[in-house]
Design a protein around this ligand. Sequence first.
Ligand SMILES: [Zn+2]
Length: 142
Amino acid sequence: MQGCFLCDLIENKKLSNLIMENEYAMVTFIDQTREGQCLIFTKNHRKKMSEMDMEEYNSVGELIIKVSKALEKKYDCEKTYLLCISDKVEHIHFHLIPKHKNFVSMGYYCFGKLWEEEGKRETPESELKARSEEIKAIIDNL
Ligand SMILES: [Zn+2]
């Protein structure tokens, strides 16, 4: 898609840090926040996860699992975080970030900061139950 940062990278083969790819997705190093941070993205322009089919989603998952194992081995890290935001670059991409030993949990940046600024939501159990039934009904009719 014209004007899309990731489509442009794919189309113009500007992926010098490409680690691996399969039929539907690619993974490259970006190191934006922590050493070893990777970006996994679909080859087809998808604005949101709901636009992917299972085959495409599974191909992304295959890369996530393989690269996670490699990062854990390379960095001897505790685990890897997986984030999918895709707000600024509206092309589905996943940030795979090693949790290096002694590094602060990214949970704070995802939830703690939000809770500090907006307060933690306190939804009654009955409302959560009603909402889950509503979502189940929607899923059943997809
Ligand atoms: Zn795109």
